[in-house]
Design a protein around this ligand. Structure first.
Ligand SMILES: Cc1cc2nc3c(=O)[nH]c(=O)nc-3n(C[C@H](O)[C@H](O)[C@H](O)COP(=O)(O)OP(=O)(O)OC[C@H]3O[C@@H](n4cnc5c(N)ncnc54)[C@H](O)[C@@H]3O)c2cc1C
Length: 306
């Protein structure tokens, strides 16, 4: 019987594993890979302690530190099921392992919603980006498109204003639906142009993004525009499916947690990082929240013993 099973080896899961190991909790971590979503980034410039580090290098450092702990690392596998057995949780992996655990920490993260247009996959990391807070400085003096007129899209435009030379906000519907204050702020900027009822059709380039094809939905007219980057901000899908029937989730599918402790509505399940209802999705934040969760689970074990 494990005291704690961590599901997911992104920044949140690794941080949790390190703290659980140092607290000498009997811990297992199951993950298909290390490093999480930003593993695809060529340059992460806001990971505290590094001026810049590639996603792959950071993932390697995370794995190294995790493996230095006395915990059971089950990598190359995915959790298929989590079942409530009353006194414990039963975790079954796709690889056929059965794990009995007093507590589970969900650090299974999320996946960015994709446009699904030709060129998106090909130019991912070569002009196509999914995080303006992370990548805006890489687009200094460049012409960029932000796809998505919700809050995330508007915030991305704000992040890009100090860097990009021109920013085109593409929204499929007739109006952008983000925060009025943010909208006012970007409407004042001459370098920002808002295109409503506009659908991105294709991303083109050579070694990097060079142009896009798009359509005016009202007139059906197709056009082409030269750009250097495309930021996709059309939402994300939290990986909360495993525990959806056991815990409260919000309308986005994120696991609802108490932000002081990261505890969910289920007495044996905690959640941290992008899978939880955290406002800001960032490496540093997901790690801090996961540490909070482990310390709270540890305290819980000390007090109740189960
Ligand atoms: C392209 C991109 C670039 C980014 N750049 C930055 C940046 O520069 N700076 C920054 O601070 N943030 C950046 N972010 C955001 C940052 O990556 C996330 O906030 C962070 O990764 C969240 O960490 P997490 O551990 O909660 O989840 P994730 O990183 O999503 O990790 C979850 C892990 O769990 C695994 N998993 C999921 N389901 C299962 C399962 N059933 N069984 C086992 N394992 C499972 C996943 O495979 C993954 O390894 C970026 C995001 C993207 C998409």
């Amino acid at each position: 019987m494990y005291e704690l099973t961590i599901i997911g080896g992104g920044p949140a899961g690794v941080a949790a594993g390190v703290y659980a190991g140092r607290k000498k909790m009997k811990t297992a971590i199951v993950t298909d890979m290390f490093g999480g979503q930003s593993v695809v980034s060529n340059e992460i410039q806001n990971f505290i302690g590094y001026v810049a580090i590639s996603g792959v290098e950071l993932a390697g450092k995370m794995e190294e530190q995790l493996r230095a702990q006395e915990i059971d690392v089950m990598d190359g596998d995915r959790v298929a099921r989590v079942e409530d057995k009353g006194d414990f949780l039963l975790i079954t992996t796709e690889g056929g392992k059965s794990i009995e655990s007093k507590f589970v920490l969900m650090t299974s993260g999320s996946a960015r919603r994709k446009l699904g247009v030709p060129g998106e996959k090909e130019f991912d990391g070569k002009g196509v980006a999914y995080c303006a807070t992370c990548d805006a400085p890489l687009f200094k003096d460049k012409r960029v498109i932000v796809v998505g007129g919700g809050n995330a899209g508007l915030e991305s435009v704000v992040d890009l204003i100090p860097y990009a030379s021109e920013i085109f906000l593409f929204e499929y519907k007739d109006t952008v639906k983000g925060d009025a204050v943010t909208l006012e702020r970007i409407q004042k900027e001459s370098k920002v142009k808002i295109f409503t009822h506009t659908q991105l059709l294709e991303i083109k380039g050579d070694t990097f993004v060079r142009s896009v094809k798009y359509k005016d939905i009202k007139t059906n007219e197709e056009k082409e525009m030269d750009v250097d980057g495309v930021f996709v901000e059309i939402g994300w899908i939290p990986n909360s499916r495993l525990v959806k029937e056991l815990v409260s989730v919000n309308e986005l599918g994120e696991i609802v947690v108490d932000h002081k402790t990261q505890k969910t509505s289920h007495p044996r399940i905690w959640a941290a990082g992008d899978v939880a209802d955290v406002l800001y999705k960032q490496n540093n934040i997901s790690m801090g929240d996961a540490v909070k969760a482990v310390l709270n689970i540890y305290e819980h074990l000390q007090k109740s013993g189960n």
